[in-house]
Design a protein around this ligand. Structure first.
Ligand code: ZN
Ligand code: ZN
Length: 110
């Protein structure tokens, strides 16, 4: 049986190294991948834990991250990003756009 979904290759879970489950990338954890089980066990993901900017870490769909990468690849200032992100809130590009203002910084660094 071949997979019908043309998803990008999933990263193995950072904690248990499984590749049998969908893994979620944590943008705030240096793009580490976690399966659903391990996500909540990660020290930085315990209830109440927040990342930089005081925002909790969110599961990023690898597919969405890939799309965000494409969008955010061009180097822009943070202010331009924020203005753009505000405009994009209503579009499908940023389905979880609330947290999207974090992304430009990280992608700029890595
Ligand atoms: Zn795991
Ligand atoms: Zn995290």
């Amino acid at each position: 049986m071949t997979a019908e979904l043309a998803l990008p290759a999933l990263l193995p879970c950072q904690t248990c190294a499984t590749v049998d489950e969908i893994t979620f990338t944590c943008i705030q954890c240096n793009n580490l991948a976690f399966c659903d089980t391990c996500w909540s066990k990660w020290i930085l993901h315990i209830p109440g834990a927040v990342g930089w900017n005081g925002k909790p870490h969110e599961k990023a769909d690898p597919l969405v991250v890939g799309r965000l990468r494409q969008i955010l690849e061009p180097v822009r200032t943070e202010e331009e990003h924020e203005a753009e992100l505000l405009e994009d809130q209503d579009t499908t590009w940023f389905g979880y756009g609330r947290d999207a203002s974090n992304h430009p910084q990280l992608y700029g660094v890595y």
